[in-house]
Ligand binder design. Structure first.
Ligand code: PLP
Length: 284
């Protein structure tokens, strides 16, 4: 496949990054993942906006305008013949030429890398029909989860713990309340009401979350942005998660307790349909 490195589109095997890159040595970098459906980018504007914010929060330069980012993404989709799949984008603080905790001077250019993943039939995922099982794990991540950094070791450990338990993902719990999934935002449903944690530095401000809450409000569903516990979630009518790559994914089991008789519920199913329909229309 063709990858993008600092302005060049090159075969994967020819791509080179310095061992002194701060992304590699210090996880000093941020990323975005944008879904592609029918060759078009889903909610690209949202991802661009969050990228700019993540960079700014870490005092990193944004190497491109939104128009340039869009052109690079489109070029990657075209060169890799992506119909359904993902574009991964990463910006790190670059290569200062040595290892040092202090940030390098501004003349060190950020390192920009993009690659694609082909996922034919992404929107028709069979998992959306059966739902995910989740387990809970303590949330021991750092305090700036609103910045989409490449520090993903703890979420990887959570995903592995889930796999080992025969589940699909882990919901992280802090001070007794669910923060989010390893790579998604978490929700429960009670009647016509959708409950999800409010935005703060404790969770990533999901681009899919923003869109889904907008569509839910338009569909006359009630939205309550507040904390919830695993215990409350286990007694809820339904649960689901959202992310740019899983869209809206129903959750049917939490720490061994089945929701909605272990079946995918109507609210999550409807929200997934609305989300995909609306986002396909707005794709660019
Ligand atoms: N929360 C975390 C920790 C994530 O890593 C992600 C996505 O990667 C999300 C939430 C969902 O965000 P988005 O909907 O923008 O993909």
């Amino acid at each position: 496949r063709t990858v993008y490195v600092n302005g060049d589109y090159v075969p994967e095997a020819e791509a080179k990054i310095s061992v002194f890159d701060r992304g590699f040595l210090m996880a000093d970098g941020v990323y975005e993942v944008t879904s592609v459906l029918d060759g078009k980018l889903i909610d690209f504007g949202g991802h661009c906006k969050r990228l700019a914010r993540s960079l700014s929060e870490l005092a990193m330069q944004n190497p491109h305008s939104d128009e340039e980012w869009l052109a690079i993404h489109r070029e990657m989709v075209a060169r890799n013949d992506i119909v359904d799949g993902m574009v991964y984008l990463q910006v790190t603080r670059g290569n200062p030429g040595d290892r040092d905790f202090a940030y390098p001077a501004n003349d060190v250019a950020p390192t920009v890398v993009l690659f694609t993943q082909s996922k034919p039939g992404l929107a028709e995922s069979p998992a959306a029909k059966t739902g995910w099982k989740v387990i809970s794990v303590p949330d021991i991540r750092w305090g700036r989860r609103d910045i989409k950094t490449v520090q993903l070791l703890y979420p990887s450990m959570g995903k592995m713990a889930a796999k080992q338990a025969g589940a699909d993902d882990a919901w992280m719990v802090e001070d007794g309340f669910v923060t989010e999934g390893t790579s998604n935002n978490a929700y429960i449903v009670k009647g016509n009401k959708i409950i999800t944690r409010a935005l703060s530095n404790d969770i990533l401000h999901g681009i899919t979350r923003a869109a889904v809450l907008r569509f839910a409000a338009e569909a006359q569903m009630e939205i309550e942005e507040r904390n919830f516990t695993i215990d409350e979630a286990q007694k809820a009518d339904e649960a689901f998660i959202t992310s740019a790559s899983a869209f809206v994914m129903p959750v049917v089991e939490i720490d061994g307790a089945a929701l909605n008789g272990g079946k995918v519920g109507p609210v999550a199913t409807r929200l997934r349909e609305i989300y995909l329909e609306e986002m396909r229309k707005a794709a660019i």
